[in-house]
Design a protein around this ligand. Structure first.
Ligand code: ASP
Ligand code: MG
Length: 461
């Protein structure tokens, strides 16, 4: 069971977590817990690291440590008063380490990828100690474990490390023997390289930690406890009557998490899928709710379309040039250049005239993408690059769409009738998703029109 940042945000939240865990433990389950940092803490760690690196005058390291201490102390006192005397020194010693590394970064004004990863892993180092103490407080034997101790071995890609296959046996041999004795509380988000250097798995990476651990120990199920009721048919900020999907297939969950539904980290699905382990998404604030279950069986309800996602903060890039036609190597030049600048491409479309390629990238990657494409232009592969930030992407997702004719007809007719202009369209050949780009101001309407067209608010029969 993995608990996200908002599920461990304060004393009351951790109290709910303890209730949930006590319940499932007392009904005869062996449990491994994976936790995120207390909500907001990872952001603060990122911010202080950046501040210290560039500080001209003495940066506020002491103030920062004091505020981290105050927040965690209050939570610990609230959830584990009987453990306070033994656990607070542990928190203080961790904070001492954090102070030391921040001071070194300041002295050198150098923040390497390694030191950043070490710093931003502290949120989980602190939260896991508290959650574990809270379990002991109610008489459940428990111990915290860092990602490295848990056997999560990664490559050295700091900030977005990948877990290595060797982890599987390591995790299994380190965790399984403990389960009859106590409940390990694993620090999410972090792992280490073979040399023991701390790495992190990318923002929101605790889901990935949980999936890796769950798959390695061959858990019966992987449960992701969060602050929403499950995977929804659409963004509830736009669609009032968006509905929780009781069943979602792995493929759909992957498409949905990649395309903006922030419930599950995209990389968390594959490890579970490979082993056929169901992932359940549940709300810590209403634990009795059914949640969503991500399963192997391609679940077909009468709807072929399951969900519509809405992706903001993206930019459309149009690449044109008559010399692109029939010329091999143009796509290679474009994508190699973009990869060289670490630009992540979310959508691609090329017409068969070949004189134009359109891409969607995250707004944050736009600048780098334009620099990269400028290089390609100078090499004469392409003529012109234009971009538009005033766009949103919408993805229509459902495994039932594969091989069902007429879906794109319905999508584009509904949008046309609503007077919505499409700027770009793309469908992967897996046919599990059809995505398109519209002007920002048309985005919410496009989602509403399609949510209605496919009757997504109606309960299953
Ligand atoms: N604490 C990390 C983050 O905020 C990882 C996680 O929450 O899953 O990104
Ligand atoms: Mg998070």
């Amino acid at each position: 069971m993995k608990f996200g940042g908002t599920s461990v945000a304060d004393e009351d939240c951790i109290g709910r977590v303890v209730k949930i865990l006590s319940h499932y433990r007392s009904t005869g389950n062996e449990l491994v817990v994976v936790v995120s940092a207390i909500s907001g803490v990872t952001d603060q760690l990122h911010a202080i690291a950046a501040e210290v690196e560039t500080a001209r005058d003495e940066p506020p390291i002491e103030t920062f440590i004091a505020s981290m201490r105050a927040r965690h102390e209050k939570v610990l006192r609230g959830v584990a008063p009987g453990e306070f005397e033994t656990v607070m020194p542990e928190i203080d010693s961790r904070l001492d380490n954090l102070r030391t590394i921040l001071t070194s970064v300041y002295n050198l004004r150098e923040l390497t990828a390694r030191s950043r990863d070490y710093i931003i892993s502290f949120g989980e180092r602190l939260s896991a100690v508290i959650v574990s103490a809270a379990l002991r407080e109610v008489g459940i034997a428990s111990r915290p474990m860092n990602g490295c101790e848990a056997g999560i071995l990664t490559n050295g890609q700091h900030g977005c490390a990948h877990v290595l296959p060797e982890s599987e046996n390591k995790i299994k041999s380190r965790i399984v023997p403990l389960l009859t004795e106590y409940v390990p509380v694993v620090m999410g988000y972090m792992g280490c390289t073979g040399d023991g250097i701390v790495t992190t798995l990318g923002r929101s990476g605790s889901d990935y930690s949980a999936a890796i651990v769950g798959a390695a120990i061959e858990a019966d199920e992987i449960w992701i406890w969060t602050d929403v009721d499950g995977v929804m048919t659409s963004d509830p900020r736009i669609i009032d009557d968006a509905r929780v999907l009781p069943d979602v297939s792995y493929l759909e969950a992957m498409e949905l998490s990649y395309f903006g539904a922030k419930v599950l980290h995209p990389r968390s699905i594959e490890p579970a899928m490979v082993k056929g382990i169901p992932i359940r998404v549940k709300n810590t604030f209403s634990p009795a709710g059914p949640g969503s279950c991500v399963v192997d069986a391609e679940y077909h309800d009468r709807r072929v379309v399951k969900a519509i996602t809405y992706i903001e903060k993206v930019s459309l890039i149009n690449i044109t040039g008559a010399q692109m036609i029939g010329r091999p190597g143009v796509a290679r030049a474009i994508f190699t250049a973009l990869a060289g600048y670490d630009v992540n491409i979310m959508m691609i479309s090329q017409g068969s005239s070949e004189a134009n390629i359109s891409l969607i990238v995250d707004d944050e990657h736009l600048k780098a993408a334009l620099v990269a494409l400028n290089d390609v232009m100078e090499n004469g592969y392409i003529q012109d690059v234009t971009h538009d930030r005033d766009v949103v992407a919408v993805a229509v997702v459902g495994v039932g769409m594969a091989g069902t004719p007429g879906i794109s007809g319905r999508i584009f007719t509904a949008l046309g009738n609503a007077g919505i202009n499409l700027m770009m369209i793309s469908q992967g050949s897996s046919e599990v998703n059809i995505s398109f780009v519209v002007k920002q101001s048309d985005g919410p309407d496009a989602v509403r029109v399609l949510h209605d067209e496919f009757g997504l608010s109606e309960e299953d029969e």
